[in-house]
Design a protein. Sequence first.
Length: 212
Amino acid sequence: MSLVYAPLFYLASLIITLPFLRFMKFSLARFSSLFIVTMVSFALAHFVNFKIAFFAILIILLAGLAYLIIARFQFRIEKSEAVFALVFFFFIFLRFLNPGIFDAEKFMDMAFMNSILSSPSLPPNDPFFANEKLDCYYYFGHVLGAGITLLSLAPPEIGYNIAVAALPAYTAILIYGIFERDRRIALLALIFVMFSGNAYSFVDLLHRPFTG
């Protein structure tokens, strides 16, 4: 059953992208749709529950999409969507191999995201200090993860892993969109930004014999 949530998020995130195509190119609309929905929900969630705010904005977006369909607006999915899909499902596969939320700051990230989803309004409750609220400095980035979780309709522990896979996918399509006029440069920039950090261990291995 848990395998359903990743494709569900992929389709839902693609659907909410469509209304934005009238205002911006596809690669930018792909990320902006999630960002705008989440940030408007973030603002409203200071007065109502974040889930209520998020789904209310989704309903408005779907109503707008229905209007565009009725008005026979022609949607065209760009080739850059393949970049999003490949990177997203690649990272989903990596999380599938090791879905545990234990290493590094994952436990804290999960706690903050879960607090956003469960608090009656923002700012969310501090999961580590009773009767205290989290400062926006610490939880603001986790609002996107909470939005991705709601969009996938997944429980938080699964939504967290979907968010971990979705964020690099959004990064990839934005990078590709910047350089898409030259596909070779776009792919090179994509590989450099997304994966060059993983080469550090190999570079360090080669460098250490010469540093003592």
